[in-house]
Ligand binder design. Structure first.
Ligand code: HEM
Length: 540
């Protein structure tokens, strides 16, 4: 035993944790032994079925012990519990309103470029090592992590993202969908969307005009959410929601929010669905998923009818989704479900992330008058007083582009991704046995001193065209084959909305609001970014 402990110590394992866990394991074995012998409670509980289950439990505990021995040479925080690993820490952080990504950041600073997290028998590593990030994310050899993405197939038993583009783990199934979807994101096609981006952003400007005239507070997160939802519904599915005109009586924003909330609980708490008190919430989440899927089914049906009638339909995302499902005559139930998977995927992936980026951007500009002044000047120089922003204008809004990039460094609204590592690899000199899941967090790397000097300072000049490009430590859209399909779409949309806002209005953050981040699967500003809006001088 002495040599074994020495070896673990040498490998960097936490000696105290190992000692404590060894005595916990001994206690479990002792209790099982007592139960088998009918002792302890003085009943016959340990006989028959009880004996089988206690043996199975003992086997499971020994398996966990084996996993610990296999992976404990990888540095990591002390486990809270032999069985549950680091889960209690996550629960504590979540319950106290803390922010999980900050805990990961702390662990990264303490344990280095690769560290281990244990949950039951599962081991997940997190790495910030740029070389490993490059190797793993850029290669199709490392599939999306089953333990994460398979879970998003369903939410509490209701099909959710299924095998759609974000969640598909099988390379062929994913590649087939991505190839079909690519044309709807080509730069030629995106140029054609400028009209819709302009038009929907104008609806926001009308709302802000009202707020400025009536001197009422504007809840910017809510308003930009309406814009991005309007845009995705129109551009992707050819549907006019007009949320800002119709006084947002649509059920979609709430449904998306419920799905995201459900996603976080479902992913982070394996026991959530077994607690009776959570049933009403779970029912609401299932209902929200169903609403999105039945809406998808209806919109797909309408589009198919239009195609059959020979109507002129746009080559938008909906058309591509229908194409990806194959021929009508041979369409299986699973093909139909796959179309709905992608419908929900685009509704969720294509909206919230951009809205949150816009809201964070407005928040940071509100906090930095000098940067606000500089970016407003650029907008004035490039677009002046004209109403319709062109594709070419977007290319000239260089500093605004830097502001948007810097926003995603501090607030990567989709903060991370994960991959399965099937074969042994070495990261930063540490041997990682195959069969591990590896998590990557752009939030963590974006806030590390090692990669970005004074990381908490909002400084768009980090992304000046002449500045060195961050080396595999900045990836708000992920990297490699599974990188975001909508990156250019999102940044065009964000630029149009921001440029119009800066062109027309002065805004100030109402005092007293927090700058905290709310973790709802995606990251969003907790305060909702409440602003007072004024017309710019040249409009008065
Ligand atoms: C600021 C806005 C956005 C951010 C920060 C963002 C970020 C990301 C990230 C990090 C991923 C990888 C997810 C993962 O590995 O689990 C991703 C994937 C994806 N995003 Fe985005 N996204 C944004 C906007 C959009 C928009 C507007 C669309 C569609 C219109 C979109 C469609 C997708 C799709 C389809 C994927 C899956 C790609 C694949 O695996 O082939 N995203 N996005």
């Amino acid at each position: 035993m002495g040599t074994y402990m020495m070896k673990l110590k040498e490998l960097g394992a936490n000696q105290e944790t190992v000692l404590r866990e060894n005595s916990e394991l001994k206690e479990i074995i002792f209790m099982i032994d007592e139960e088998r012998n009918g002792a302890g409670s003085g009943t016959v509980r340990g006989v028959g079925g009880g004996s089988t289950s206690s043996t199975a439990f003992l086997g499971y505990c020994l398996y966990i012990k084996y996993i610990h021995m296999k992976y404990d040479h990888i540095p990591g925080p002390p486990r809270d519990s032999f069985l549950f690993g680091h889960t209690p820490t996550f629960f504590r952080v979540m319950r106290s309103g803390g922010f999980i990504h900050d805990t990961l950041l702390e662990w990264c600073e303490t344990y280095g470029p690769v560290f281990r997290i244990n949950v039951l028998h599962i081991v997940m590593i997190t790495t910030t090592c740029p070389e490993a990030t490059k190797e793993i994310l850029m290669s199709p050899k490392y599939p999306k992590a089953k333990s994460v993405y398979k879970k998003l197939f369903n939410l509490f038993g209701q099909r959710f993202l299924g095998n759609g583009l974000v969640t598909a783990q099988n390379h062929e199934l994913w590649y087939k969908q991505r190839r079909i979807m690519d044309p709807a994101f080509s730069s030629l096609y995106l140029r054609g969307l400028m009209g819709t981006f302009n038009e929907r952003a104008e609806n926001l400007m009308s709302k802000l005009t009202e707020a400025a005239d009536e001197k009422t507070e504007a809840k910017m997160l809510h308003l930009v959410n309406c814009v991005t939802l309007d845009v995705i519904a129109k551009v992707a599915f050819g549907v006019d929601l007009e949320l800002l005109k119709n006084n947002d009586d649509s059920p979609f924003p709430k449904a998306i929010e419920m799905c995201l909330k459900g996603m976080v609980c479902y992913l982070r708490d394996s026991f959530f669905e077994f607690k009776p008190k959570n049933r009403p919430f779970m029912n609401e989440v299932r209902e929200a998923c169903r609403l999105l899927r039945t809406t998808g089914a209806q919109w797909i049906k309408n589009r198919k009818t239009a195609i059959q009638n020979g109507d002129d339909v746009p080559k938008d995302i909906l058309t591509q989704i229908i194409k990806s499902a194959g021929k009508e005559e041979s369409m299986t139930k699973e093909d139909e479900e796959l179309m709905l998977d992608n419908f929900v995927t685009f509704f969720i992936a294509g909206q919230e992330t951009t809205a949150n980026q816009l809201a964070f951007c407005i928040m940071e500009l509100g906090r930095h008058p000098d940067i606000l002044e500089k970016v407003t000047k650029e907008v004035d120089d490039v677009i002046g007083m004209k109403q319709d922003i062109t594709y070419d204008d977007l290319g000239k809004l260089v500093y605004l582009g830097q502001v948007l990039k810097e926003t995603l460094r501090l607030y990567p609204t989709a903060p991370g991704t994960s991959r399965d590592i099937h074969e042994d690899i070495v990261i930063d000199g540490i041997h990682i046995p195959g069969g591990t899941t590896c998590a990557f967090s752009s939030y963590v790397t974006g806030r590390m001193d090692k990669f970005f000097k004074d990381p908490l300072t909002f400084d768009p000049d980090r992304f000046h065209p002449d500045a060195p490009k961050p080396y595999y430590c900045y990836y708000p859209f992920a990297l490699g084959p599974r990188a975001c399909l909508g990156k250019n779409f999102a940044q065009m949309e964000a630029k149009v909305v921001m440029a119009k806002l800066l062109q027309r209005f002065d805004f100030t953050l109402t005092p007293g609001q927090s700058f905290d981040i709310l973790d709802t699967g995606s990251l969003r500003p907790k305060s909702g970014v409440v602003c007072l809006i004024n017309h710019r001088n040249h409009k008065k």
